[in-house]
Design a binder for this molecule. Structure first.
Ligand code: MG
Length: 269
C-alpha cells in the first residue's frame, strides 16, 4: 500500500512537473518586447537628454535599457552629447573640435554639466536594472572614430561592465570596429539601408532602424529573426506607432516615452 502510494505520488509529481514545464515553456517562448529609453528618461522631472539624471531615472523605472550618444573631444576624451555642436555662451562649438575642459562648461537643460563618458559610467555602475546602449556618433575622420571606439571599449572592459553594454551606430566603420575589438559585444546598425542578410554577414547582433523603414519592409523583422538577429526600432513615441511595432514583433522599442511604451506592452500580456 505504501509502495502503491509512493508510485502514485511519483506519477503525480511527474505529471505536475510536465504541466509546470509546459507552462514555463510558454512563458519563455512568448516574445519578450523590451523598452529602451532614448537619451535616457529625459522627460522626467529634473532630467535632460543625455544627462546623468536621465540615466538614473531610466534605471529607476526598470526599463531594459538607456540609450546615450558618445563623441570624441578634440583632445581625445569620450564625451556625452547628441548633436554635433554645443552652445556655450551663445557660441556654437563643434564637439569633435573642442577640448573636453571647454565642453564640460556646457550646461544641460537640467543644469548638469555636459558629462564625460567616464562620469557617465561612474553613475552607470550604480544602476541596478538597465543596460547601457551606447551610440557611437559618426565623426569627420575614420581615425577619430577608431580612437573613440577603442577608448570606449577599454573603459567598459576596465570596469567589467561589458555584459551590461550594447552598441549602436549609423556608421559601418563603427560596427566593424566593435566586431574587431570586442567580438562578444552586441552591436546594431542604425542607418536603415541594409537588409538583415547583409547585417548578418557583418556579424552585427541585429538591425536598429527608424520605424518607417520597418513599415516599408515589414518582412525584415521575420527575416532578422530567422537569421538569429534581433530587431530594435527608433524613435517610437505615439501609442499608434508603438502598437504597430509591437504587432510587427520587434524585440526592442527605443522611445522618448518609456512609461507609456512599457504600459502598452504590459497591456498585451
Ligand atoms: Mg542616439
Amino acid at each position: 500500500m505504501e509502495n502503491l502510494f509512493s508510485i502514485n505520488s511519483t506519477i503525480m509529481n511527474r505529471k505536475n512537473l510536465i504541466i509546470t514545464l509546459f507552462f514555463l515553456s510558454f512563458a519563455f517562448s512568448a516574445t519578450s518586447q523590451e523598452v529602451i529609453a532614448h537619451r535616457g528618461y529625459w522627460k522626467a522631472d529634473g532630467s535632460a537628454q543625455n544627462s546623468i539624471a536621465s540615466l538614473m531615472k531610466a534605471d529607476a523605472i526598470g526599463v531594459f535599457g538607456s540609450e546615450v550618444d558618445v563623441w570624441l573631444s578634440s583632445d581625445g576624451v569620450p564625451v556625452i552629447n547628441h548633436d554635433a555642436d554645443v552652445l556655450l555662451n551663445g557660441e556654437k562649438l563643434s564637439v569633435q573640435d573642442t577640448p573636453a575642459a571647454t565642453l564640460k562648461k556646457v550646461k544641460l537643460a537640467n543644469g548638469e554639466p555636459l558629462p564625460t563618458l567616464e562620469e557617465y559610467l561612474n553613475a552607470f555602475e550604480k544602476c541596478r536594472n538597465i543596460k547601457l546602449i551606447v551610440e557611437l556618433k559618426t565623426h569627420r575622420e575614420k581615425k577619430m572614430e577608431d580612437e573613440l571606439v577603442e577608448k570606449v571599449i577599454k573603459m567598459i572592459h576596465d570596469r567589467g561592465l561589458q555584459s551590461r553594454v550594447e552598441y549602436i551606430s549609423f556608421g559601418i566603420n563603427f560596427v566593424n570596429q566593435v566586431r574587431k575589438l570586442d567580438p562578444e559585444a552586441p552591436v546594431y546598425y542604425l542607418n536603415g539601408d541594409l537588409s538583415p542578410r547583409v547585417i548578418k554577414a557583418m556579424g552585427a547582433a541585429g538591425i536598429d532602424y527608424h520605424f518607417n523603414v520597418l513599415i516599408k519592409n515589414p518582412n525584415w523583422v521575420k527575416e532578422s529573426h530567422d537569421l538569429g538577429l534581433k530587431v530594435n526600432v527608433w524613435t517610437v513615441n505615439t501609442p499608434e506607432d508603438v502598437r504597430k511595432m509591437l504587432d510587427l514583433k520587434v524585440d526592442f522599442i527605443t522611445t522618448d516615452e518609456p512609461l507609456l511604451t512599457e504600459e502598452l506592452i504590459n497591456n498585451r500580456k
